[in-house]
Design a protein around this ligand. Structure first.
Ligand code: SF4
Length: 614
């Protein structure tokens, strides 16, 4: 079909590569034979890059876009790519000082491209798909959708989908004029009317991740599902809206095999199942995961990235990604080479225009294979590594029994995440952890919801239970406190400022200050825990009321100012204490806020809350 397709993930920071866009890439590239491109980053830079590509493909030859081996401009100006890009954006003539008199045609063309940049006249695409993620990225996602309209061909079409678009379709439609796709891409003709392909079942195209500078922290993992949906409908959770139908088994073996063949093997297996333990096919799933190479103690040999890249370049599969990747691999290799060899390698690359993406050509890469391959083999040593499977969304403790735990223990599972969202589930949770320990699973982890219907006390108690279990069972449990925020209430789209029934602004800030210093997680170790959260509930509550600066810079203030504050706080009489706590819970400590407090004692206390580190 050869349509130009643009897949865009808004420029927010996220951990997991966009599975739906990766599957769409497979659909458009492999099934429809379209020209697919992925972008995540500053869209203005992307616009300038597209225009620069036109320049490098001898200005207007759209057939040869991104075919650097076919143009002279790239060979002449590859060193000046940054200046050219900047010129297209700003039009500053000093950026073109390197052009000589005989380059007047290029100067004329570049000026024309700058005018196009200013006028939002960008190269266009026939189909643009924008992914959305959390609802708190609403503004950024809307800005992205509205910007990409400038890349749309006259009769083109924009598709918006993903988590936030599914949860808030009417808000997206109102803000962008585009009706989002709701839910998964799990029905035939979800996008194109002319085929019956179910996009959600396609293997993800990992190559698109090499088209962008953004590095997803989890890119060295197969990310997939063995089930869909959940049998429960917890009120704080969006799964029932995102994946309303529970599917007992989504097969992954073939998908992983295809991924390995095309893109090289991945180290870990990240399973995004919402509730795998509810599956009637649980045993089959465990067998399949084992067959995929994730039995207990499993190791793997990292992919030979050079060979994978070369193979895909030979096949003409996503040249844009693999040319870029080859330049990156060359750069990495150069850093590993001894100095004299690095110099020789650089000269060879320079002579063959293999230093920059705009001038690189496949022919030269293939020609240099005999010279480069032995260097990769010698200096890119690949050692076997242990690999892990991670049920990333957590396991439902209510569904764990002896048989299931025994089967899970057959996997190289690390960590085992078990949800502990409510103190009422303490017995069930503890039983699950004990079973894990019994079957030799020692690395555990959990998501700990707070700011929902819980109290600060039960939040502390849940953390403390984990510390006790670690000691008793000699296991390691990392807790990840997760602040609850309604996902479909527009008041919290931008700031996630929701305060739960038993919480207040100061307590939330105190918890965030504590867990910021631990990078969001609470590990094993009684001393550490008691230092961070207090030895008992009284100390924990005192921390919640403590000035934030004293919590963050504990070492700096401990023993002097903190002690003074504590004395003052504890010296208040009952009525003063009630009033002081009410004011502190508002977490507002400006002179004006303090001046309206009638008690001089409390006003003195509140002055401690104005202290900033500097
Ligand atoms: S069990 Fe987990 S996935 Fe299922 S609805 Fe509850 S929180 Fe969501």
């Amino acid at each position: 079909m050869n349509r130009r397709v643009l897949l865009v993930e808004p420029n927010y920071k996220n951990k997991y590569p966009p599975q739906n866009l990766m599957k769409l890439a497979t659909y458009f590239r492999n099934v429809c034979k379209d020209d697919v491109r992925f972008y995540k980053g500053d869209l203005k830079i992307f616009a300038a890059q597209l225009l620069l590509e036109e320049f490098f493909s001898d200005t207007v030859d759209k057939e040869n876009l991104f075919a650097p081996e076919k143009n002279d401009a790239a060979r002449k100006f590859w060193r000046y790519e940054k200046f050219l890009l900047e010129f297209i954006k700003t039009g500053k003539s000093s950026l073109l000082e390197f052009l000589s008199e005989e380059d007047f045609f290029y100067e004329y063309t570049l000026k024309k491209l700058h005018r196009r940049f200013k006028g939002n006249d960008f190269p266009t695409f026939d189909i643009i798909c924008v992914n959305s993620l959390f609802t708190f990225f609403f503004d950024e996602t809307v800005t992205t959708i509205n910007f990409v309209k400038k890349f749309l061909a006259n009769d083109g079409k924009i598709f918006v989908g993903g988590v936030a678009a599914t949860l808030l379709p009417e808000y997206f439609e109102e803000a962008t004029g585009i009706k989002p796709h709701i839910g998964l891409l799990d029905k035939p003709d979800d996008l194109d009317k002319q085929d019956d392909i179910i996009i959600d079942t396609l293997s993800p195209d990992y190559s698109i991740l090499d088209e962008v500078d953004y590095k997803y922290p989890t890119s060295d993992a197969y990310i997939t599902y063995t089930t869909r949906g959940c049998i429960r409908k917890c009120s704080f959770c969006a799964v029932s809206k995102l994946e309303p139908e529970y599917k007992d088994h989504v097969k992954i073996f073939e998908q992983l095999k295809r991924t390995e063949e095309q893109f090289g093997s991945k180290r870990n297996l990240l399973l995004m199942d919402n509730n795998i333990l509810a599956s009637k096919k649980f045993d089959e799933i465990i067998d399949e995961i084992k067959a995929c190479g994730f039995t207990k103690g499993a190791t793997y040999l990292p992919a030979d990235e050079y060979s994978v890249t070369l193979k895909n370049l030979h096949a003409g599969f996503n040249d844009r990604a693999y040319l870029r990747k080859m330049i990156r691999l060359y750069d990495e290799l150069e850093k590993k080479l001894p100095e004299s060899l690095a110099g020789e390698f650089y000269s060879v690359r320079e002579k063959n225009f293999l230093l920059s993406l705009v001038s690189v050509s496949k022919e030269k890469i293939f020609e240099l294979d005999d010279f480069v391959r032995p260097l990769f083999e010698k200096y890119f040593r690949r050692n076997r590594l242990t690999r892990y499977v991670d049920f990333n969304q957590g396991l439902d403790a209510r569904l764990i029994d002896e048989h299931k735990m025994a089967r899970l223990a057959e996997l190289s599972i690390k960590p085992m995440r078990i949800a502990f969202d409510h103190i009422e589930q303490r017995d069930i949770y503890e039983q699950a952890i004990r079973l894990a320990a019994k079957y030799g699973i020692r690395d555990l982890s959990n998501y700990l919801l707070y700011n929902f219907l819980d109290t600060p006390e039960d939040f502390y108690n849940r953390l403390r239970i984990n510390i006790d279990l670690c000691e008793e069972l000699n296991v390691s449990i990392y807790s990840f406190p997760m602040k609850y925020c309604p996902i479909d209430d527009e008041r919290y789209f931008a700031n996630r400022d929701y305060i739960g029934r038993h919480w207040n602004r100061k307590f939330i800030r105190a918890i965030q200050a504590i867990i910021n210093s631990t990078k969001g997680k609470v590990g094993r170790g009684r001393n550490f825990f008691e230092k961070a959260f207090g030895k008992n509930l009284d100390e924990f509550k005192e921390l919640l009321y403590m000035p934030e600066t004293f919590i963050i810079y504990r070492l700096k203030y401990e023993g002097n100012l903190t002690e003074e504050w504590r004395e003052k706080f504890l010296s208040l009489n009952v009525d003063e204490r009630i009033e002081a706590e009410r004011v502190i819970e508002q977490n507002k400590f400006s002179d004006e806020d303090i001046s309206v407090v009638t008690s001089a004692n409390i006003r003195e206390l509140l002055k401690f809350y104005q202290i900033r580190r500097n």
